[in-house]
Design a protein around this ligand. Sequence first.
Ligand code: CMP
Length: 154
Amino acid sequence: MIERTLVLVKPDGVQRLLVGRILTRYEERGLKLVALKLVSVDRRLADRHYAVHRERPFFRGLVEFITSGPVVALVLEGPDAVAVVRAMNGATRPAQADPGTIRGDLALETAQNLVHASDSPETAEAELALWFRPEELVDYAREVDRWVLAPAEA
Ligand code: CMP
């Protein structure tokens, strides 16, 4: 099933100069970049993005962190993109993230865990709409897809 998912490289990823290396991992896997931008996140967007965590004790810290510097927001597309990207990111808590994942290789703390990705296709749909206007999602063909995707999906 071809899916789309929202990814954020959080302020720690931007400040640690890891944007290129993180995007390279998704690109090399074969995922298709559908949208990409650098965003200064305001309070309203942060509140809406983390609305499901509103009652958690760490909510305030989450909002402070995501608004503390620019983030890179992107949309990736591919077969089972939601699960694929979450597996590539690794467990939310970096101590539990497997080596070879972004967090398992590059992060140590739960708050500073470098990336966010949608946790289900339904969440992805809502998060895409929150972070991107429809015209920011770019429709284009990739020659490489005949080598990356099964014939029915290319
Ligand atoms: P993210 O995928 O952005 O979605 C929610 C975030 O909450 C998660 O990544 C973590 O960065 C953060 N988070 C989860 N649990 C905790 C916690 N106990 N303390 C601080 N931050 C947390």
